[in-house]
Design a protein around this ligand. Structure first.
Ligand code: GLN
Length: 383
């Protein structure tokens, strides 16, 4: 059997969701909203199923969606993308990332990866024969530093994988960090694969800056997006890859044998959704920020040290000042079995030298769900 995959554990998201089901717990682990998603977008999908085309769409995605993606990024980021040669639709962000990694990385190539790292990156890099070079980011700021990048970048650095906004740390990286990373990519002729699936899920007037828009990065950046996160429809699995033609062409060759195409009716609906007015996106952010604040306030009043959440569906809690004498993992196991609330231990996002004191909670939930979880957690600290 293939060593890369044979001994992998089941992903922490699946494992915690199973524990939540087994314990009849409120699931604040895996990131998905309680809300059913925008009604008009779901209706557009239903219409397309009933009246539209349900056979194989074109491999690169339906033209309307590729055009909608290009128009969307032109509007939000002043990015000029050619929909025919620089945009591809995939079956979700994970497939977009896998296609990109397999397109770029060859045996012996080094790939810089930041911890906390999303669980799919390392196995795919290894399957490609790449050698991960890990950078350890730390709470409470999780920022990139020149010193840390200097230690891992070298002549063999073929690619860097960068997740911004960062899950699970809930950081939206400022221009300064992007420019720092861009300088290293240019110095070492490195391709950046940017997982920007949380690009619209940002708060407090923050701006998401795609690395692709930083000077010098246009031809060496692959930008990955996801309708699941943009519209809170995580099961739809519609992802996008945007990159200069020489990069996209190879990613498309991988995509054609991973999934080949993606449900055409859902593509129609996403094309419609991407054209929604700015107000839709700004209201979505406001509504999520309200849920973030509700959970933050509740956890804080229970004595949990909450770290600020700038984006994503998540906030994190740093257990270290509490003197609980248990790891994040033990804490999560205890609260799911004894208090019936599931969360995610952030140490699961580290392959070596883990941060073991931080726990991630998902707040993209109804008020009632958040309040019920808070009630259950009332005695989680004082044992
Ligand atoms: N992106 C989701 C999260 O971080 C999980 C997706 C999955 O379950 N693989 O919670």
């Amino acid at each position: 059997m293939n060593d890369v995959f044979a001994n992998l554990p089941v992903t922490v998201f699946e494992a915690m969701s199973q524990l939540a089901r087994d314990n009849n717990a409120i699931n604040l682990g895996q990131g998905f909203p309680d809300a059913p998603g925008p009604e008009d977008i779901r209706r557009a999908a239903a219409d397309a199923v009933m009246n539209g085309y349900n056979q194989y769409p074109s491999m690169m995605g339906i033209p309307e969606l590729r055009q909608a993606i290009a128009t969307h990024y032109a509007h939000w980021h002043h990015l000029a993308l050619d929909p025919m040669t620089e945009v591809m639709v995939t079956s979700g962000g994970t497939e977009a990332l896998t296609s990109s990694i397999l397109a770029v990385v060859e045996p012996g190539d080094e790939v810089v990866v930041f911890q906390p790292v999303y669980d799919s990156y390392l196995p795919i890099i290894r399957q490609a024969g790449g050698i991960p070079r890990l950078v350890r980011l730390e709470p409470p700021h999780w920022r990139l530093t020149e010193e840390a990048l200097r230690k891992v970048f070298n002549r063999k650095t073929r690619a860097v994988l960068f997740n911004n906004p960062l899950n699970p740390a809930a950081v939206v990286y400022p221009r300064e960090d992007l420019e720092l990373l861009a300088r290293f990519c240019q110095e070492f002729d490195t391709i950046a694969i940017c997982d920007e699936v949380w690009e619209h899920v940002i708060y407090d007037g923050r701006e998401h800056i795609p690395l692709l828009t930083i000077p010098g990065m246009r031809d060496r950046t692959i930008k990955v997006g996801s309708a699941g996160k943009i519209f809170g429809l995580t099961g739809w699995k519609i992802g996008f890859v945007c990159a200069a033609p020489p990069l996209l062409r190879v990613a498309a060759k991988v995509h054609q044998f991973l999934t080949f195409t993606t449900a055409p009716n859902l593509q129609v609906a996403v094309a419609y959704g991407l054209g929604k007015s700015d107000d839709y996106f700004l209201d979505m952010r406001k509504e999520l920020a309200r849920s973030r604040d509700r959970l933050t306030k509740g956890l804080t009043s229970l004595g949990f040290p909450v770290l600020p959440s700038q984006g994503t569906y998540f906030l994190t809690v740093d257990l270290s000042p509490l003197g609980l004498n248990e790891t994040d993992e033990a804490f999560c196991r205890r609260i799911v079995t004894e208090h019936k609330v599931a969360a995610i231990p952030v140490s699961a996002f580290y392959e070596e030298d883990p941060v073991t004191t931080v726990v991630r909670f998902c707040f993209s939930k109804n008020d009632a769900t958040i309040d019920a979880a808070l009630e259950r957690l009332a005695h989680a600290i004082h044992r």
